[in-house]
Ligand binder design. Structure first.
Ligand SMILES: NC(=O)c1ccc[n+]([C@@H]2O[C@H](COP(=O)([O-])OP(=O)(O)OC[C@H]3O[C@@H](n4cnc5c(N)ncnc54)[C@H](O)[C@@H]3O)[C@@H](O)[C@H]2O)c1
Length: 355
């Protein structure tokens, strides 16, 4: 039994629902956060932890005495007590590990991005569907209270037509040696855009530079155009003087600034421009409106706890998690489009590979 969680994420769970027995594979930088949240979650039980580095296991054992450990993932997959596997290993290993887990009949939570190519991501999604197993990519921001508040405002039409979204996700570090800043950070913004707008872009154009490590881009600027007419700009970098997690959403009725580093993460501006009928052809009269700025209250719940709770609920009920495999596939396709545009010197490309 776990200590009661202060997160109130499982208060609606029926008492009779059995805990999902999850093994966590990959205990580097991010994996221990999965272990901590699963340990605190009433809906889950840590069945095993696995890393091929014994030191990583020792660190977890010290914090969670008695936890079962394995250096070889084959031991985890052969264990009938393990119902589900949460994978937090480098991107290049996601496909192989997730495929092996699905083949072994385990439900799979795999950290973002779902896989290193859309071909791999689709193959995983197909296998999970065929075997009636949950496959959930870890798009944590889909569980962020500010992100969900903004989604509700967009859905209700509070912001009017979404004209454009501009986002900055920059910081000093951590430079990855195996993936570009796009594969590392874009899953966050692309999953949020896909979630807010409910559509994938028709066109993607990108520019990047590898400033520190040759061939590993550490700054990228991406422009996306969506079927609804909305356009977006995503700036991402591991090379920046200060940490920014700032998104501006500009609609025809209202504008929003979402700053994930602020204790007022969502600010809604009742501002806009109203074009009046032109008096003569080509002459526009514009009225600028600057009204109230409102900062709605936002729940302090840790998104990762909500995310893992949704995974456990999906395992128990069979319902698709909010961070669905289909969304994970779309995000990988968006990242691939960025790479194709970069290879074409920044030319706009479609998600289907056309120029
Ligand atoms: N959701 C988020 O906000 C978030 C944040 C950071 C990282 N991530 C994701 O988490 C994943 C891991 O990133 P990280 O920064 O923790 O990487 P990391 O390199 O720090 O850790 C990876 C760990 O996996 C272990 N590992 C690799 N292959 C293994 C195998 N076959 N069997 C067992 N263990 C194996 C390594 O020994 C290492 O300890 C990535 O997919 C990354 O994108 C997500």
């Amino acid at each position: 039994m776990h200590a009661p969680s202060s997160l109130q994420v499982a208060s609606s769970e029926p008492d009779a629902v059995a805990q999902v027995r999850v093994a966590v594979v990959g205990l580097g930088y991010w994996g221990p956060n999965l272990v901590r949240n699963l340990h605190e979650l009433p809906a889950a039980e840590i069945a095993q932890v696995c890393d091929r580095l014994p030191d990583a296991l020792t660190a977890i054992e010290r914090r969670y005495p008695g936890v079962r450990t394995a250096v070889d993932v084959a031991d985890v997959l052969a264990d009938p007590a393990v119902e589900a596997v949460a994978i937090a290993t480098p991107v290049a290993t996601h496909f192989e590990l997730a495929l092996a887990a699905l083949e072994a009949g385990k439900h799979v939570f795999v950290e973002k991005p779902l896989a290193a190519s859309s071909e791999q991501a689709v193959a995983l999604a197909d296998m999970a569907r065929e075997r009636a197993l949950v496959l959930m990519p870890g798009h944590t921001f889909l569980y962020s209270p500010p992100v969900n508040l903004i989604r509700t405002m967009i859905e209700r039409g509070d912001l009017g037509e979404i004209y454009f979204i501009s986002t900055s996700r920059v910081n000093l570090g951590i430079h990855q040696s195996d993936v570009s800043v796009v594969w590392d950070l874009a899953p966050h913004d692309f999953s949020i855009l896909r979630y807010w707008l409910g559509e994938t872009p028709t066109s993607v154009a990108a520019m990047s530079r590898s400033c520190i490590i040759p061939e590993i881009a550490d700054v990228a600027f991406v422009n996306l155009a969506f079927p609804s007419g909305a356009v977006a700009h995503v700036e991402m970098s591991w090379l920046a003087p200060s940490k920014l997690r700032r998104t501006a959403i500009v609609g025809s009725e209202k504008m929003v600034v979402y700053d994930d580093t602020s204790n007022e993460p969502v600010r809604v501006f009742d501002s806009g421009v109203v074009p009046r009928d032109p008096e003569t052809f080509g002459e526009y009269r514009l009225t600028y409106r600057t009204g109230d700025i409102v900062s709605p209250p936002v729940s302090p719940v840790e998104p990762l706890a909500l995310e893992l709770n949704d995974f456990c609920a999906a395992v128990r009920t069979g319902a698709a998690p909010r961070s669905s495999a289909a969304l994970g596939v779309d995000v990988v396709r968006m990242i691939e489009a960025v790479d194709r545009s970069l290879a074409a010197s920044g030319a706009p490309v479609t998600l289907d590979g056309d120029r």
